[in-house]
Design a protein around this ligand. Structure first.
Ligand code: XBP
Ligand code: MG
Length: 256
């Protein structure tokens, strides 16, 4: 039994669910159409844009640098970004609340087992809080949202991933050190954020993160796996396991 592992900290987009692929990109495009913009982010455009964490920042960068739109003032630019992003969020929340997006393999099982074994749970995400809540409410049993003791979301931080602020905040709120936690991520910005906060990090590669540099991962997998759906180990030591469970989480933390 590990004496040190106390909490699991999860990223949301790409890690809990394939939301970037199946929800966010689609929602941005619905918002652009609704706002009367002739923009369309196909996968080739959207993939590289994920290096800019947070949807508002993505809209702002595209408007000013790609479309070279002129605004009368910084306030006018901010209003434009906020309006388009509000439409986008309405669409993403509806898609998530309608249950169109499932959790990735092994996520629900690991959350349930972690709770049964007394581990604490937290979220560290760059997405807007209503998106995270809608996903959890649609995919977990009633009250599942309350499984997460700390929910650190995009609106709360000026310095977003790959900055470590979100993970440092979560650990501070939990009253735990990095050695007592294990992070779960899917992307280079997320992994870098967690690593800069000194966290050991399990990375499950997602649709848009296949080409990311994920070499800092403690364990790199295609997904968390299930007893009847083994994961593939892409890098690191899975200690003979075929799916990710609390025992493996403890091994990874103890092995350090
Ligand atoms: C992913 C993000 C978010 C989403 C879109 O965060 O960077 O910006 O793409 O959501 P993470 P918003 O992987 O840290 O969960 O439009 O609400 O920003
Ligand atoms: Mg992510």
């Amino acid at each position: 039994m590990s004496k040190s592992l106390k909490a699991l900290i999860f990223d949301v987009d790409g890690t809990l669910a394939e939301t970037e692929h199946s929800c966010h990109r689609v929602s941005f495009n619905l918002a652009f159409a609704e706002a009367g913009l002739d923009w369309h982010w196909d996968e080739n455009i959207y993939g590289p844009m994920l290096a800019i964490t947070n949807g508002k920042a993505r809209i702002r960068q595209y408007a000013t640098e790609v479309k070279q739109m002129a605004f009368d003032s910084p306030a006018a630019l901010k209003q434009f970004v906020n309006e388009v992003h509000a439409i986008k969020t309405r669409h993403s929340v509806r898609m998530l609340a309608d249950g169109l997006i499932s959790l990735r393999p092994g996520v629900a099982r690991l959350l349930t087992e972690a709770r049964q074994q007394g581990l604490r749970l937290a979220l560290a995400t760059t997405t807007t809080k209503v998106n995270a809540l809608a996903l959890l409410e649609a995919t977990l049993p009633p009250g599942g949202v309350n499984w997460f003791e700390v929910m650190a979301t995009g609106e709360m931080f000026e310095n977003r991933k790959p900055a470590p602020d979100v993970y440092r905040y979560v650990m501070e709120q939990l009253g735990l050190t990095a050695g007592q936690c294990l992070a779960f991520e899917d992307s280079w910005p997320g992994l870098t954020s967690a690593r800069r906060a000194n966290l050991r990090t399990v990375v499950t590669v997602a649709h848009y993160t296949r080409n990311d540099d994920l070499s800092g991962a403690t364990l790199l997998l295609n997904h968390l796996g299930e007893p009847d759906k083994p994961f593939t180990v892409l890098a690191g030591n899975a200690h003979g396991k075929t799916y990710f469970d609390v025992a493996l989480a403890r091994r990874l933390v103890d092995a350090a």
